[in-house]
Design a protein around this ligand. Sequence first.
Ligand code: NI
Length: 175
Amino acid sequence: MSDKPVEGIRIYGDPVLRKKSRKVDTLDAKVRELVDKMIIVLKKAKGIGLSAPQIGENLKIFVLEEKFLTGIEGVKVFINPSITEKTGKYLDEEGCLSFPDIIASIERAQSVKVKATDLDGNNFEMVVSDLYARAIQHENDHLEGVLIVDYLSPLRKTLLSRKLRKLAQGVCNES
Ligand code: NI
């Protein structure tokens, strides 16, 4: 949630952010290269999470900076993720690297169960809550072409319309 866009990150208005991502079939060199790039960009942006469409690839992959979620150093890679259970609800503010300088209040499930594959091809399943669950729901939305603006109330969307229009026009460095 930096104010300035980070190089390599696609910004709101880019059609790649609205496309549904496709499943990863094989964990080949190209996929590994993409994940490496995602991790580099995530670290550079000091973000919590990043999805493949945000760097221009419509593939079902996202990465999360665990340091910001659990305090443990490391980036967790989710390939072909699917959220299989959601429980509870809570409202909190959320930002997105593709929307510099915009914050949205979004109601999300408090806890989720997620299944995914790691870079070694191992399937895993985890149950997480609060910020970790929020981050997973946010990144998973990206793989469906869903963005934080889709959750804004009509009033808030109107209030932000000028800012959103500027982002979409590529004029986003004036805050
Ligand atoms: Ni995002």
